[in-house]
Design a protein around this ligand. Structure first.
Ligand SMILES: [Zn+2]
Length: 266
């Protein structure tokens, strides 16, 4: 008589990739080792850390060397200003390094003051051009700006793809980015029942067009409002997405890992 050994939880646990976590920010950096241990204990093994401003670029290169993170360098629209625009002159040499896998976090945020729109556009367009030149994908930030992002991507005939981080919106909105070669970053938004449009849309996209993210330390999941978000929450995002789509989380995690590491390979 042969007895099949019980499958241990550790063997079947999905291995997860957090495609957007700001581990270099002051909310997380002081206890980085603890956050990593907590995340890894739950199967989160891959981390993409995007920069938000030029002063972070050297720190991210150090963190990459020390912890093996995937990193993206760039200037986030919240930090767009003439000084940062000038700092972009130093970005090309860094992004050309094989250890930098993308330009990010870049984009447009039209929930900010209208006075910032012009400099946001300048920073975004310059970084997009650089990504095209260096053949690197981009990590996109959006808020009230999806149409304008699409417009600029099309104007520049940008073909390197990347990730539309923190996707929210309808199926048609997401599909417009997928059609331009982008993956959609799915995070805590889908854990809120009121996010009906987004929850409905994420059921319909091809699995291969999605990646998971926490956006730590921002975007706490439903039930965790007011707390600092960490990559250890990523399994909960997967759980909700698997329930919405009616798919096996283990299988989904494998596809997401493949998608993220293929897109972000140095
Ligand atoms: Zn971000």
């Amino acid at each position: 008589m042969s007895i099949t050994p019980p499958v241990q939880a550790a063997d079947t646990r999905p291995v997860l990739f957090d495609s957007h976590c700001h581990l270099d920010l002051p909310e997380l950096l002081p206890e980085l080792e603890l956050h990593l241990a907590n995340a890894r204990a739950l199967g989160v093994e891959g981390f993409l850390v995007p920069a938000v401003q030029s002063s972070a670029w050297s720190l991210l290169l150090e963190l990459k060397q020390r912890y093996g993170f995937y990193i993206a360098l760039g200037v986030h629209p919240w930090w767009a200003c003439p000084t940062e625009l000038n700092a972009l002159a130093g970005l090309e040499a860094l992004v050309a390094l094989p250890q930098v896998c993308a330009i990010g976090e870049i984009g447009l945020d039209f929930a900010l003051d209208e006075q910032s729109f012009a400099i946001q556009r300048q920073c975004f367009e310059a970084q997009l051009q650089l990504a095209a030149k260096l053949k690197k994908p981009v990590i996109l930030h959006h808020r009230k700006s999806q149409n304008e992002l699409l417009q600029v991507l099309k104007q520049q005939q940008f073909s390197q793809g990347g990730i539309l981080h923190a996707f929210s919106g309808s199926f048609a909105q997401g599909k417009a980015f997928i059609d331009l070669g982008f993956k959609l970053g799915i995070g805590g938004t889908i854990t809120y029942e009121r996010a009906e449009k987004t929850r409905k849309a994420v059921k319909q996209f091809p699995l291969e067009a999605l990646v998971l993210e926490t956006d730590s330390p921002s975007m706490p999941l439903a039930g965790f409002q007011g707390q600092i978000n960490t990559p250890a929450q990523l399994p909960l995002v997967l759980k909700v997405l698997a329930e919405l789509r009616g798919q096996d989380p283990q299988h989904m995690a494998g596809v997401f890992w493949h998608t993220a590491t293929k897109l972000l390979k140095p």
